[in-house]
Write a protein that binds this ligand. Structure first.
Ligand code: ASP
Ligand code: MG
Length: 404
């Protein structure tokens, strides 16, 4: 069986007109003799609306019921698609995760899919049917409805592709692929034809919003090729695949960024074992994601300065937690909420010397000061003043030959 998994994101099913367009895309694959498994997200904005309802009851709304509520958006989108296909004469029906079932493990709201019962879907495919499956949801061992994290229908699609051994997994969205940088920020952004899982994972964790990072991790583990394309145009998309399939040998694949970061510096922290842990443990417990961290070498061996970054939205909470933390002593706290992080990503930097120098030099030539640096095997990130963000993206894009 030649199976293809087609996933439609919220914007692709954002209106009735768009859903009718989606049914056309699906019928195109049927005409090419594919067996099609459709996965849909909720109509755009719906999941947010549902989440807001729970907030009106309580800011601490019980997570099992939260999942039962936010999972409903997908049911509507799937039934509209299946109904639309039926109307055109195709055999089609919607499937909720519990009806299959799609089994998940882990906490509510960020469960992970561990198994999918294939029996009924396979039978339907063999009859020539088009199953339309709700993304984002599953059930746990207690038969409760779970969800797998915001943007999770990407991961649903990847796992369906894995369990059904699909030839292809195509993610339909509102952009026609993965770009070298955000086209809204730089006019020079170019569509990337092929990108490795590793690079895509870094790019999406570093701010490129095309796909949910978890889903790329799943695709990488299961070696599933993903095509990202737009449901609004016929343009070729981008392929996310294994490193060795990639022909373009650019050192850097893309420049990504997060715009709204905050920097916190603690001056005169007592320099003894366990301080860093004492600072970060309560942040971690409050689900605050600490990103970049630097500790200065102390000049007097007694005190040091420690700088770290968090998302702007977490800043107030972070400051409060630090100030009431009895386990740490420091002289002063300095906060800068106008910083951004810019990163270059590319597997080519593993084997190419001098990438760091080129990055810093390019920024220096534009008078852009680097506040904090962090690196991994395939990315280099720098923290800069937000006012320099666009300039930094442009200069790095050019330096690493992504403009042409
Ligand atoms: N509808 C869910 C969300 O908005 C899942 C998804 O879009 O993939 O997060
Ligand atoms: Mg979505």
């Amino acid at each position: 069986m030649k199976i293809v998994v087609l996933k439609f994101g919220g914007t692709s099913v954002g209106s009735i007109k768009k859903i009718l367009k989606v049914t056309k895309i699906i019928s195109g694959y049927i005409k090419k003799r594919y067996k099609v498994i459709v996965v849909s997200s909720a109509m755009s904005g719906e999941t947010n609306k549902l989440a807001k309802l729970t907030k009106k009851i309580s800011s601490n709304f019980i997570s099992s019921e939260y999942d039962a509520i936010v999972a409903t958006g997908e049911q509507i989108a799937c039934s509209l698609i299946a109904g639309g296909l039926s109307d055109k004469g195709y055999l089609s029906r919607s499937w909720q995760a519990w009806q299959i079932p799609i089994i998940t493990r882990g906490d509510h709201s960020h469960s992970r899919i561990i198994n999918i019962n294939k029996k009924n879907i396979l039978r339907f495919l063999k009859k020539g049917g088009i199953p339309v499956i709700a993304g984002f949801q599953g059930i746990n061992s207690e038969n409760r409805i779970t969800t797998i994290g915001r943007g999770g229908s990407d991961a649903s699609a990847i796992m369906l592709a894995k369990f059904f051994k699909a030839k292809k997994c195509i993610i339909y969205t509102d952009v026609d692929g993965v770009y070298t940088t955000d086209p809204n920020v730089s006019k020079k952004a170019k569509k990337i034809k092929q990108i490795s899982y590793e690079e895509m994972l870094e790019m999406s964790s570093l701010g490129a919003k095309v796909m949910q990072p978890h889903s790329i991790q799943d695709a990488r583990l299961n070696r599933i090729d993903i095509e990202v394309r737009s449901s609004f145009s016929n343009n070729n998309g981008s392929l996310i695949t294994k490193r060795k399939n990639i022909s373009n040998r650019n050192i850097i694949r893309g420049v990504s960024f997060t715009k709204y970061d905050s920097k916190i510096t603690l001056i005169g922290v007592k320099d003894r074992p366990g301080v860093a842990a004492a600072i970060f443990a309560p942040l971690y417990k409050n689900s605050i994601n600490v990103d970049m961290v630097v500790q200065n070498i102390s000049s007097n061996k007694r005190e040091t300065d420690l700088t770290f970054t968090v998302k702007n939205e977490d800043l107030l909470k972070t400051e409060k937690i630090i100030k009431k933390n009895k386990n740490i002593i420091f002289k002063k706290i300095i906060v800068d909420e106008k910083v951004s992080k810019v990163s270059i990503v590319g597997v080519g930097m593993i084997t190419t010397p001098g990438v760091t120098f080129r990055m810093f030099n390019a920024l220096a030539k534009k008078n852009i000061n680097i506040i904090v640096i962090s690196t991994s095997e395939i990315k280099i990130s720098v923290l800069i003043d937000r006012k320099n963000l666009n300039k930094a993206v442009d200069v790095l894009h050019k330096e690493f030959k992504l403009d042409n």
